[in-house]
Design a protein around this ligand. Structure first.
Ligand SMILES: NC(=O)c1ccc[n+]([C@@H]2O[C@H](COP(=O)([O-])OP(=O)(O)OC[C@H]3O[C@@H](n4cnc5c(N)ncnc54)[C@H](O)[C@@H]3O)[C@@H](O)[C@H]2O)c1
Length: 465
């Protein structure tokens, strides 16, 4: 009997290390690899998708809680948009958004409410773009339905909450040939735009490593999410459930699916102390899946690495970290903005000063400011003043909306495509799988299905247009 048991164990072990198959994934050389679904007939890539230019973009908004009304307001500052419809579960939230339109001198939009009102909004034939600002788990059903009704979609972060949902977005965009842009605003912040431009001009040499995070103590905010959806989601889900603000700028600097791709990740997490305590107080929870602090390391095909952090529970100052380490330079956003380049370490004697630990300094403030002026991103040059006036996280939200509408109006590919949305959103489930397998490496799917090296660098998307 004992012999049989040992044989069984050996067989199971061999399966594990040679490619065992379970729950839609196999293990190859110790890496958990999920199956890539085949394209269905008629489905084709949307890489570089261009759609017919439109003079006026007709928009419908779904979700008017904390975030949605700001988007409605921002759209009233854009030229060539027509706000056709507004929708929320609650009619009074639609009324409040109508008041924004009235205050800004716009006609009232068609109003929809209730659990299913959004479907009628998507079915209208006078809407080009559906802008989704609802809780995470409603993003994909709404985005998929809108695309199936022939609409382009802009959807808040994270666009999807699971791998399956990521593929639903990609497959639907490919079937319908509609744009599906995740509303990742942090890639449009001024420091990130300038640093992206510097990286593309080679200031940091070969970029080797990028760090990003979402560190934001949300304790004071939980009560404001409709129906407690956010704390409830985190209570049930382990892993980096909100990776896109940190990952988006990193992926743009590294040209992800535009010449490089994320190959695999590993995640580690702490125990949950503050998260559990907050969930005990607010919802009587006795368990909490999401760690107080989750760290993820990602390795790319071209030999670069990304470090991500997620922590929405402990009393730390807000940080998206954002560090770029290159062979010739370094950029850092939080807690202080700075750049450093090839350090001139030689002392007067010509011998490197081993003992001077602060010799690798950030450049002085005046030099940083001059550099930031010189390498200001063309998009910021175009719209910075207005963006700062309109606002939305200091202006980056307005730049995001401006670019979305500009590209649709001019029939250009969008700055962020559905593959970005899937790559940046899949981190939630992939980190959970890694954590559940003692930090095992998990492959990041190639959502382009082989086209990750067909586009020559990210700057094509934003600088050349
Ligand atoms: N990019 C950013 O900086 C940023 C900042 C904040 C929030 N967000 C994202 O915005 C989204 C919304 O977050 P929030 O803070 O506004 O949450 P919220 O709970 O305040 O608002 C969500 C709104 O969606 C509505 N809603 C729910 N179900 C609906 C349905 N079936 N039909 C119509 N409306 C429905 C709710 O009534 C609520 O008004 C989330 O995805 C969040 O991650 C992004």
């Amino acid at each position: 009997m004992r012999k049989f048991f040992l044989l069984l164990c050996a067989f199971a072990g061999a399966l594990l290390f040679s490619g065992c198959q379970s729950e839609g994934y196999k293990t190859i050389d110790g890496v958990i690899v999920f199956d890539t679904p085949a394209r269905e007939p008629g489905q084709k890539s949307v890489l570089g998708l261009k759609t017919a230019p439109m003079e006026t973009v007709r928009v419908g908004f779904i979700g008017l809680g904390m975030r949605g009304p700001g988007a409605v307001e921002r759209f009233t500052h854009l030229h060539g948009v027509d706000i056709k419809a507004l929708c929320d579960l609650y009619p009074e939230r639609v009324d409040s958004a109508q008041a924004i339109l009235a205050r800004r001198g716009f006609p009232a939009a068609e109003a929809y409410s209730g659990e299913e009102g959004w479907k009628q909004l998507c079915e209208r034939d006078d809407i080009d773009l559906v802008y989704i600002v609802t809780p995470w788990q409603k993003h994909v059903p709404m985005a998929v339905y809108a695309m199936e009704q022939g609409k382009h979609v802009a959807v808040e972060v994270p666009a999807a909450t699971s791998l399956d949902e990521c593929w639903q977005l990609v497959n639907t965009a490919e079937k319908t040939q509609r744009h599906c842009m995740m509303l990742e605003n942090c890639v449009y912040d001024f420091f990130e735009l300038t640093t992206l431009n510097m990286a593309k001009q080679g200031l940091f040499g070969d970029v080797l490593h990028v760090e990003g995070s979402y560190i934001h103590d949300l304790e004071a905010f939980w009560d404001y999410y409709e129906g407690n959806w956010r704390l409830d989601f985190n209570q049930k889900h382990r892993g980096d459930v909100y990776a896109t603000h940190g990952l988006g700028p990193a992926c743009q600097v590294l040209d992800i699916h535009r010449g490089d791709k994320m190959n695999y990740l590993v995640a580690v997490d702490t125990k949950s102390v503050n998260g559990l305590k907050q969930a005990e107080e607010k919802m009587g929870a006795t368990e909490f899946a999401n760690a107080d602090h989750t760290s993820t390391l990602i390795k790319t095909e071209k030999g670069r690495t990304i470090l991500l952090e997620h922590n929405v529970y402990t009393p730390r100052p807000y940080s998206r970290m954002y560090q770029v380490t290159g062979t010739k330079g370094f950029a850092n956003k939080y807690p202080i903005q700075g750049y450093a380049f090839d350090p001139e370490q030689l002392s007067e004697s010509g011998v490197p000063d081993h003992e001077n630990l602060s010799s690798h300094k950030f450049v002085p403030r005046e030099m940083r400011e001059a550099l930031m002026q010189r390498y200001k991103h063309p998009i910021a040059m175009e719209i910075e003043a207005k963006a700062k006036e309109v606002g939305g996280h200091g202006g980056m939200d307005f730049i995001m909306d401006y670019r979305l509408i500009y590209c649709l109006q001019h029939g250009l590919p969008l700055d962020q495509d559905v593959y970005d949305a899937a790559e940046w959103s899949c981190i939630g489930e992939l980190t959970a799988v890694s954590l559940e397998h003692n930090s095992a490496p998990v492959a990041v799917p190639d959502f382009t299905r082989g086209d990750w090296d067909k586009t020559d660098g990210y700057h094509h998307a934003m600088l050349v247009q």
